[in-house]
Design a protein around this ligand. Sequence first.
Ligand code: F6R
Length: 242
Amino acid sequence: MRVVIVDDAEAAACRAAQEIAALVRQKPDAVLGLATGGTPVRCYRELIRLHQHDGLDFAAVRSFNLDEYLGLPADHPQSYRRFMQENLFDHLNIPCEQTHVPDGMASDIDAFCQQYEQQIQAAGGIDLQLLGIGSDGHIAFNEPGSSLASRTRLKSLAAETVRDNARFFGSEADVPKLAITMGVGTIMESKQCLLLATGANKATAVREAIEGAVTARVTASALQMHPHTIAVLDAPAAAQLE
Ligand code: F6R
């Protein structure tokens, strides 16, 4: 794993956006794997700037998001589809039908998950998967104990994640306890992974993911086995690395 440490969250976001922009310039119909949450917001802001001011073209790009809360319709204020529209897609020239976010309202979840995997395959696989990391070391919603071979499926959220994400919902009680998520195995098939982590609250998870044992207890540690992963960290997130 290549580890890049920069001063602050803004520099980390710009560095991540540069990686994505370089891929899109080289392969205009690239398949991007995208994440939600607080971490990628600045990176998406920079991609929007590159589109609006430097002509970075997303017309042929395809995208697949990592996850979505079960039971939230696309237009719910906290749905990940809505997050992606507001923080990225609405400001780019990417056609909506080329963007994919798991459907939290799917009636047959297993069938939906299988279909999502097939859609990724049919697109030629994910060229670059952007990832954040949970304070419990998760990637996507692959909470501690998730199989490192797991595929897209329904997953229960760990209590720590519910606590962390309560800031978006107002209270823990309002955070959905189940989500549809790509599996660790799905993520590991991406041609390239880009782990973005910022802030002191991620320092322990980052250390365990990058320097700890490869274990299902810290699903981000699977990235150590990925041949083409870059971790972009700000100084506070990197503070516990040896
Ligand atoms: C979001 C996702 C999650 C987040 C992680 C960190 O699509 O898959 O794994 O990346 O929970 O969230 P933030 O960035 O809010 O700290």
